[in-house]
Design a protein around this ligand. Structure first.
Ligand code: GAF
Length: 379
């Protein structure tokens, strides 16, 4: 089993920042996330039930003189971002960082010249929200250096704008909001219509397992945007503001089979969020298993965002000892699945998943642990 490498990125960042810049004025840790249920519902004003992970992204930041950000990101490189024209000549990997500067300027929040050292323990393009973790970490560091107080909801909205307006991915609010607002040991249910957050404890006999298929994707590739577009067309055809208020009987009358399948996923998935959370509150593992299985089938068959590798690792997980339930997680097409696992069976579960998973040359990895806290900022 590969243990959750919590804290490795932080150690590397502090060492590097001390050697190249000096003592940081602020250190931020922003976790990744997995979503237990409620997939592709956030941009339909629906419900989601994510948890934050122990592994995440660390930024160390120090004020410097000048009119720029000096950025060093492990595995990507070094770049300089001009505060007056942040997107100019910026390499693709740094768009998420430059976008943070741009969105601050757009919303009247000053950014001070600084040196940022960045590293992550999150796999990139694996559906565990490495992009939102980077954006929340950078926005938190910039806000702290400039002396701005900012609520979890406000910073999540800024991070979503970075993705939507500056990176070009039409993602929803789930990822930045859980990264900004999660509580350790709790599942965070978000009502994405009004951003109400409810924190529900999960029995500590159950651990969260992240199952990485070793396959990767980019949300900017277009299939994510196509799904969002189909949902909007289905809502318009049904005459509702969003699929949150669509009725399943009405959805089943949609004449376009593609819109019917997409809308059916969203309507049934919203119901599954409530079913899973009731089962978590009651400790009803049979219902958890059934709801997660139905969620995976709906993403595979109706929303068509699973993949052979994701299907294979979920099949391997549900057959493994100690598994309560498993499904793909995040935007889909590649990346990770999530499982709920009886804690005492973690080692046997992990071995069985790794042995049972076969997908070309891809090697699986498994991380297990309790839900973690959202972003932490120390000065
Ligand atoms: C990605 C997006 F960023 C989220 O907003 C959400 O739509 C998710 O896919 C699917 O539930 O992570």
């Amino acid at each position: 089993m590969e243990a959750t490498p919590a804290g490795d990125a932080r150690t590397r960042v502090l060492t590097r920042h001390a050697a190249t810049v000096g003592t940081p004025h602020v250190i931020v840790n922003a976790p990744g996330r997995v979503n237990l249920i409620g997939e592709h519902t956030d941009y339909n004003d629906g419900y989601v039930a994510p948890v934050a992970l122990a592994m995440g992204t660390t930024v160390a930041a120090s004020r410097i003189t000048g009119d720029h950000l000096r950025v060093t990101a492990a595995g990507f490189g070094d770049t300089v971002i001009n505060l007056a024209d942040p997107m100019r000549d910026v390499p693709e990997w740094a768009q998420h960082i430059a976008g943070c500067v741009a969105v601050c300027a757009h919303h009247g929040k000053d950014v001070v010249a600084s040196a940022l050292t960045i590293d992550t323990d999150l796999p990139v393009g694996a559906g565990v929200s490495s992009s939102a973790a980077l954006e929340i970490a950078v926005l938190s560091a910039l806000a702290s250096l400039a002396g701005h107080e900012i609520t979890p909801t406000a910073i999540a909205r800024l991070a979503q704008k970075v993705e939507n307006d500056w990176v070009g991915v039409p993602s929803g609010i789930m990822d930045p909001l859980v990264i900004a607002g999660a509580r350790a040991g709790h599942v965070m249910v978000i009502d994405c219509a009004d951003l109400t957050m409810t924190h529900t404890p999960i029995n500590d006999d159950i651990t969260i397992a992240v199952l990485d298929t070793g396959t990767r994707r980019r949300l900017a590739d277009g299939a994510y945007g196509d799904r969002r577009d189909a949902c909007e067309r289905a809502a318009a055809t049904l005459g509702v503001a969003s699929l949150r208020t669509a009725d399943l009987d009405a959805v089943n009358t949609l004449s376009d089979p593609l819109l019917r399948r997409r809308a059916r996923h969203v309507v049934t998935e919203n119901a599954r969020v409530h079913q899973l959370m009731a089962a978590v509150a009651d400790g009803d593992t049979a219902t958890m298993r059934a709801v997660m299985a139905a969620g995976h089938a709906s993403l595979r068959d109706d929303f068509e965002v699973s993949s052979p590798a994701l299907d294979a690792i979920v099949t391997s997980a549900v057959a493994a000892p100690g598994c309560v339930g498993a499904r793909m997680t995040g935007g889909g097409f590649a990346g990770c699945a999530v499982a709920l696992v009886h804690r005492e069976a973690t080692a046997a579960f992990t071995t069985a998943v790794l042995d049972g998973y076969a997908s070309g040359d891809h090697r699986a990895r498994v991380w297990c642990g309790p839900p973690a806290a959202g972003v932490t900022i120390s000065t």
